[in-house]
Ligand binder design. Structure first.
Ligand code: GDP
Length: 444
């Protein structure tokens, strides 16, 4: 899981203050030492750590914290705000040209995810902006890069221009742009070549393509898993090409956090998108505030909600919400909800986006077996329509029938019904505006 170690260490450091009432300057210094170590261990750039710690320390030694009755919360707040600042405060939107087409040049080292990201971006533009993107395959060096782009283009139904591997990439781009203009495509995405490391020849070629294409956006793809190396790569590309933004890929893996926290400060260029999986829909706008709360283990509720909105049938979702408010949530709704959640991706990833869950030790080795969900569904399917609408009908003999019908042990049926009732209870409380269970998360 991304940022796991960092989150844990930050929470531990700050958690020590929770047991105290008022805190002293030396308490603050102690916490800051631990935060510093946590960041260094997460592979955050040394200079970024130094500045960060200095700012947080001076704010934390101020009256707002020392006088406060809830110093731990105050420090969480400051750390959160400073994390947001380090990552650039606001989401940076994709540049758009005043004239058609907007030209986006993708650059990056081999294996960083450039080709995949080019297609994800085309897919996103198509889906979210109703755009008509066009891709140019100009990576003539990596074996199969062109075929890969063509296959992905076919999947998302976006045209891919290519001239094979024997034509000069600059020429490929020139002809590709002409065709895109002819066909009136509004976005052109150029997939350029990468190398295993930055070298003179690569930069020459990219500079020539830049000069010819005059891109509105030069997006550098870097692999978050490579930590400080990603930051070095970003610096290298930016020095040569003056990139306009960065895409940080593989944040679904267990990256330590160094790249996400350092790139903006080191290069001055914003992270615009993050890649969080191999699927075409796994590209998200980078929001510094959401990333900060994810790093602090406060979950990423906003992303979760957005994901839910993408996957959910809007009308169905509204109906479910309405039922929750009216306490009419029954097993039929439960079935619908299970199916929607299954569509959102691996359950353990989703659960970890909920505040307080990311670092919950009980979930540390959580693996939700898709079979469990199938079993739960089988149990619900074995209920009669009346039972699904009115779970109170489920007496012991009905439960035995359901167990036999679904092929699941009676204990499992009982447990599932009990959990369902607990969930109903929780919904009831939340719909009454009682979120008291959540307040403790920031510590108090
Ligand atoms: P390129 O050489 O930079 O064009 O790299 P590719 O686009 O071929 O990506 C290299 C590998 O990384 C492929 O297997 C991709 O599926 C994978 N990949 C790209 N982005 C992500 C991501 O955000 N998450 C994960 N898990 N894998 C990714």
């Amino acid at each position: 899981v991304a940022f796991e170690g960092l989150t844990e260490r930050l929470q531990n450091a700050i958690g020590k203050l929770r047991r105290k009432g008022k805190i002293s300057e030396s308490d603050v210094k102690e916490v800051m030492r631990e935060i510093r170590l946590a960041l260094l261990e997460a592979d955050v750039n040394f200079k970024v750590v130094k500045d960060f710690v200095k700012t947080v320390r001076s704010r934390a030694i101020g009256a707002e914290v020392l006088e406060s009755l809830t110093p731990a919360q105050q420090i969480v707040k400051i750390v959160n705000e400073e994390l947001v600042k380090v990552m650039g405060e606001e989401a940076a939107p994709l540049n758009k040209s005043a004239k058609i087409p907007t030209i986006i040049m993708m650059v990056g080292l081999q294996g960083a995810g450039k080709t995949t990201t080019a297609s994800k971006l085309a897919n996103k533009l198509k889906k979210e902006k109703n755009a008509r993107p066009f891709m140019i395959a100009a990576d003539v060096y990596r074996p199969a890069a062109i075929d890969q782009l063509k296959i992905l283009g076919k999947d998302i139904d976006v045209p891919v221009f290519s001239l094979g591997v024997d034509v000069d990439p600059v020429e490929i781009v020139r002809q590709g742009l002409e065709e895109a203009k002819d066909k009136k495509n509004d976005y052109v995405i150029i997939d350029t070549a990468g190398r295993l490391q930055i070298d003179e020849k690569l930069m020459q070629e990219l500079s020539s393509i830049k000069e010819l294409a005059q891109p509105d956006e030069i997006l550098l793809t870097v692999d978050a898993m490579t930590g400080q190396n990603a930051v070095e790569v970003a610096k290298g590309f930016n020095d040569q090409l003056d990139v306009t933004g960065v895409v940080l890929t593989k944040l679904d893996g267990d990256t330590r956090g160094g790249a996400a926290l350092s790139i903006r400060a080191v290069t001055g260029k914003p992270i615009k998108f993050i890649g969080q999986g191999e699927k075409m829909t796994d590209l998200d706008v980078f929001y510094p505030d959401r990333m900060a709360s994810r790093i602090l283990g406060m979950g990423d509720m906003l992303t979760l909600i957005e994901k839910a909105q993408q996957e959910y049938d809007q009308k169905q979702a509204e109906e479910l919400a309405e039922k929750m408010r009216e306490n009419n949530f029954d097993f039929n709704d439960f079935l619908i909800q299970m199916e929607q959640v299954q569509n959102m991706g691996p359950m353990e990833d989703i659960i970890k986006m909920i505040p307080g869950m990311a670092n919950n030790p009980a979930l540390k080795n959580l693996k939700v077996d898709p079979k469990d969900i199938e079993h739960t569904k089988a149990i619900v399917y074995s209920m009669t329509p009346q039972e699904r609408e009115n779970p109170d009908l489920l007496n012991p003999s009905r439960r035995r029938r359901i167990a036999a019908g679904s092929g699941r042990p009676i204990q499992e049926v009982n447990r599932m019904i009990k959990q369902f009732k607990q969930m109903q209870d929780m919904m009831k409380k939340m719909s009454n505006g009682n979120f008291s269970g959540m307040e403790g998360l920031l510590g108090g």
